[in-house]
Write a protein of this length. Sequence first.
Length: 376
Amino acid sequence: INAEYGRRRSQTAANRLELARRQQENLQIAQGLEATLAKKAEQRKQRLEQEAAEESLESSAATPVVCTFEGILLAKMDQVRALIKAVGVYDVQYKDWPMGQSVEEKAQTILRWCLKEPHHPLYHALGEAQHNFFYRLNTLDKKMYMGNADERDVLRPGVAAELEMISDDIMNYFRNILTVLHGCYPLLKELSEDGQYATSNELARNFYSPFLKLLVKMYATSYEEEHTLYQTYLHRNSSLSVEHYLDIRENFKVDYSVAIATLRKLGDTHTPEEKMALLVQSNREIPECVYNHHIASGFSEEKAREVSCMGADDLVPVTIYLIAQANIPDLYPELLMLYSVTPEEKLKGREGYCLTNFQNAVFYLIEEQRSFLALE
């Protein structure tokens, strides 16, 4: 028994080293991509400014709508121009702008036009995109369940590749439609930048509602083996206390109920942005729980801050414990989905760091469960 325990501890140490190596490689790759992305963004900005200038010269009856397109990524710029012009024509024809509204009320009115008014061009554009994404996802879903288990195994790699393409289209479309919305209605952009009104959240709730659950389901289907291992780990470990986790150091074996409660809210959210915000909040609450525990134990503030600092070797085991306690059945495909629909610039910031931490924890526990089953 001792020999087997020692072997498993050695394997755990090896897994940690491999995890650290992968994180370092990812960091180097991200740094290399950053310069390339910045150069491409600048070239794209110059090209779009030139196209906008040419469009202005060609059109003597341009609609008086202020539009900016910095950072926009669209495959067909003529469709974007047509959409912007259609929005401008609609706004010129609309004669019933409510009087006496506050800035926030005006923002709500604009979004209500765009998302609920059947004659608004953005309403049609969103509807067509939602239909497109739902149809493509539903087609993949049917393809996976028309054959037997062996046929599904053969189809799975191709389905996973197609799913990544759909997710990439979803990410780019949402980013672009949000840019068009802010371009056509500068008030929404100003309020969003000031933090007074979350245009992105409101748009996302409408945009993702028809197909987000199906998108997560397809990630669970495409990575069925890993998803099953993840759920098996939860079933085996969700009732264990923090004391049973040997990889968690003694000074980090504290009450994490606040961070766990935050993570459990993930299942009640309806947009990737809301899910990502909860991951960031839960990740931030981990060291806060350690700090509060040691303050209550009589530590000074300086000492409590010192012992609550966590490196990756400490954070990942604690995150594994949080995941097991939160017991969210579909967290694994949720994380895969978030990674695929989150823009590159956000993955380089706080959101990307927190998402990577939870992904590493899930990957680690999946491999631990795989090793556990191999020993049985």
